[in-house]
Design a protein around this ligand. Sequence first.
Ligand SMILES: *Cc1c(COP(=O)(O)O)cnc(C)c1O
Length: 397
Amino acid sequence: MKLNQPMAEFPARTNREEKLARTFARVEQRLGDAHATLLGYPYNLSFSPDLPKTLHGYLINNLGDPYAGSYHGSEVYDEERQAISWLMRLWGCLDLDQFWGAIGASGTEGNLWGIYLGREMLPPDAVLLYGAEAHYSVPKAARILRIPAQVVASLPNGEMEMADFAAQLRALSGRPVIVVLTCGTPMTGAHDDIAAALLGLQAAGYDRDGRYVHVDGALNAMVLPFLQDVPTAIQPSFEKDIDSLSTCGHKMIGTPMPCGALVARKAHIARIKRAVCDQRSHDTTLMGSRDGHAVLAIWARFFGHGYGRFAHDALRCVQRAKQLAADFTALGVPVLCNPFSLTVVFPEPSDGMVRRYQLASKYGQARAVVMPSVTDALLGQFLADYAAWWRGRGWLI
Ligand SMILES: *Cc1c(COP(=O)(O)O)cnc(C)c1O
């Protein structure tokens, strides 16, 4: 009988080891080339592979709740709680006992879970409000969770327009709301005014029981807290009355795999917590199994790279983004670079350049993000290419 083999793996008599090695070498070459000219995606590639190679040989699964205590051997909960405590301190949690956090799969998961916590807190007629420039995972979460959603207009720089926010709140006349604010919008790196949004909620008669505020800090919640002079109104911090805050591991933190972290007020987790008998744990996370290598990677960045060097990276990247914007201006190119942001937006260049520098683009605008791993040489080469395209664009288009 013929076995139901899904597809031919390798032709007969090939040396499988050799074949695998050749493919891996090709993948590595391609990734190396791509990373050498990466400008458009906010990946911090300057991490050193902090984890000892030997750890790659272990399955590490932070199954279940990181605070429930160890109940199986394949976990690194201690390191997860330490990493989360590090973030909690950075994000203004004064009494760590009042907060809960976990490391998850991505920024998207943080948003989905934050919005879910809000839905579970509020009556079923709650509405989600989010800015027009918010990440697409926000309306997606609303669809998954079947929460009616309304888009709040954005200012030209990408931040939420507070007048429209206030008008929409007034029109909702007390109907409960989940509000998602963004610390670093995907396209323009803009920061929603968290303090103004909270004041707007208050002015519209919302008290703590009638609203839930999640801050999507995937892009810049690991940038702003390290900088001096940032207006407190836009600082992603639990010193303000927000309910949850999330970020990505593979962006500013710098991990070699996609991952993310979420911190929320403990009361919201207590509400959704379910006992799981066979695990002697609590079900408090969206995912059951969670990547323990990602936990160790984030832990190693926090405790190895450390606060001082993150602060240095943040300051330097903001200055270099400003410099890149100034260089564009000197070329006569219209450019946008929000304060305290690493993102620089400019007219979308040729297809070749978009592909080479892996620029993200939208409506004829493209963005570069000056991450710690972006070298001066790369910026110089990019500017030279851009200048040549800009001067020639009259007859290219
Ligand atoms: C990158 C990003 C996300 C999504 O993160 P993933 O890890 O890709 O799921 C969400 N919000 C903002 C603002 C982002 O920049």
